[in-house]
Design a protein around this ligand. Structure first.
Ligand SMILES: *Cc1c(COP(=O)(O)O)cnc(C)c1O
Length: 396
């Protein structure tokens, strides 16, 4: 949408849908709760026929998504998993994919338990290692699928390097950009072909709408995804499309606060005696720090940390008050997750151990509450956990 490109991203986010409504001038684009559209005459259409194919409210969201990610077409789906399923349906019998090793558990499950039934196989590698990529490439390899940063271990992949390598071998590069959003990172500008989002997370931002987005580059690929999106039918309804746009209007403000809160809390944890390690690419000693700075304009609001003793986990989760023990991320409310038993339970033990998702690892999705309250809540819970576990021993 050229009309908006002269404005900075904060302005474009705040104004999603606000100049699109030609009839009344409504500032918020309305919810068209309609599935069927009257045709003016035989052979003529308003551009809308049936809502699985297109709905006016969804269309405004899809155009905004495409424009924010610097793509050619956007597709709103009923969840992040629906978006991933649609993208993976580009592939079929005998096709092979190269996939990030430290992967969202649901994506791993989709590939291993469902796509595998349709003859699509995957090899999981450290996608930042071009030698590993090269070794895992087969004659039937069709695409590289990247998460960067990964969740929960925050591994960073150089999107430009991988896209260049993929292009040389005629492979598609697909990036799950859920954790950074187009506010901080735009993979299509770095050479990727497809971006996927769980818009349930930062884009929606309020833990109240389940949605997925796909953004594509190029006419042919966009037409292929449009065909799959309509044929599979896992599209986003008009009310959820509205809800998601409403969330996206404040994305810039929220991401800035998520980042500053998460940075302050990660630094606090580094100084706490019960904490063994903090995994956050905003910290200069993180192995992905330089690549992250090169390809992104900021950091996500989630990070992971390892406590020194797995026995601290249970009392820690019991003592947090402001921070909720729950398994999502990207919302205004702070949530703490225990990946080994929650989000990553579907990933086999040996893969989890190999990447380091063990029983001492906690993931923290830092919300937009006041940072002092968050530090007090987490610090207090850590102290209480240590006291419960070690206190008895000391007094003996
Ligand atoms: C949550 C998530 C998904 C799945 O999205 P849903 O909206 O829950 O279906 C995919 N990828 C990542 C990185 C996620 O965090």
């Amino acid at each position: 949408m050229d009309k908006n490109t002269r404005f900075k991203i904060e302005s474009r986010l705040a104004q999603i849908g606000s100049i699109e409504e030609p009839v009344t001038g409504a500032i918020n684009f309305p919810i068209y709760q309609a599935t069927a559209f009257r045709h003016p005459q035989l052979g003529k259409s308003t551009g809308f026929d049936y809502a699985r194919t297109q709905n006016p409210t969804r269309k405004v969201l899809e155009e905004a998504a495409a424009e924010l990610e610097s793509g050619d077409a956007g597709f709103a789906c009923s969840s992040g998993m629906a978006a991933l399923q649609i993208v993976f349906t580009l592939f079929g019998q005998g096709d092979h994919l190269i996939v990030s090793l430290d992967l969202y558990g649901g994506t791993y499950r989709l590939l291993e338990r469902i796509l595998s039934k349709f003859g699509v196989s995957a090899t999981y590698v450290d996608t930042n290692n071009l030698d590993e990529l090269e070794q895992s490439r087969r004659p039937n390899t069709k695409a590289v699928f990247i998460e960067t940063p990964t969740n929960p271990l925050m591994m960073i992949t150089d999107i430009e390097a991988v896209s260049n390598w993929a292009q040389r071998h005629n492979l598609l590069t697909i990036v799950d950009n859920t954790l950074l959003t187009p506010f901080f990172q735009r993979p299509l500008e770095l050479g990727a072909d497809i971006v996927v989002h769980s818009a349930t997370k930062y884009l929606g931002g309020h833990n109240d709408v389940l949605a997925g987005l796909i953004v594509t580059k190029g006419t042919e690929l966009s037409a292929e995804i449009a065909f799959l999106h309509n044929s599979i039918g896992a599209v986003l309804g008009p009310t959820d499309s509205y809800q998601l746009m409403r969330g996206m209007k404040t994305l810039a403000l929220r991401m800035e606060r998520h980042e500053s809160n998460a940075t302050a809390i990660a630094k606090f944890l580094l100084t706490h005696s019960a904490v063994a390690e903090v995994f956050y690419p905003a910290l200069p000693d993180h192995p992905g720090y330089e690549i992250q700075n090169k390809q992104s304009s900021g950091n996500t609001g989630i990070f992971s940390f390892k406590v020194k003793d797995a026995r601290y986990v249970e009392p820690l989760l019991r003592h947090i008050r402001l921070i909720a023990f729950a398994e999502s991320l990207g919302g205004v409310e702070s949530l703490m997750t225990y990946p080994a038993v929650q989000t990553h339970a579907d990933i086999p033990e040996e893969i989890r151990q190999a990447v380091g998702v063990d029983d001492r690892l906690l993931r923290f999705s830092v919300g937009i509450e006041h940072v002092d309250d968050l530090i007090a809540d987490l610090g207090g819970a850590l102290d209480a956990a240590v006291e419960e576990i070690e206190g008895g021993a000391k007094h003996e």
